[in-house]
Design a protein around this ligand. Structure first.
Ligand SMILES: [Zn+2]
Length: 104
């Protein structure tokens, strides 16, 4: 829901974002306060959006690096783990998208 004078809800702190205070890593991505991104660059969804934003313009050579960053930032298990996948659906979805982009 968009309220007059606000551009959305921050996915970092879940407070409304006043017009002009917002930041997005990619056009269709989640919104944040500029200061939430600056003060907490490794926040769960902030890091995820940052990596997804780079994925949108990444070359084939950059894809392995993005996967490694995801593995380290979210401690993705080496073996497929249904509990992890369920608790981190957005992380594992992005990880799989990058992985399949590599195989093309
Ligand atoms: Zn915020």
């Amino acid at each position: 829901m968009i309220i007059d004078g606000y551009e959305g809800i921050c996915t970092g702190c879940f407070e409304p974002i006043k017009n002009g205070d917002g930041f997005k890593f990619r056009e269709s991505g989640r919104s944040f306060h500029k200061w939430c991104v600056e003060s907490n660059p490794n926040g769960y969804y902030i890091k995820l959006e940052e990596i997804e934003g780079r994925f949108e313009t990444a070359s084939q050579e950059e894809l392995p690096r993005l996967m490694t960053e995801l593995e380290q930032a979210y401690s993705i298990p080496m073996l497929n783990n249904e509990v992890f996948n369920r608790d981190n659906e957005d992380v594992i979805k992005l990880y799989r998208r990058i992985s399949s982009a590599r195989e093309l």
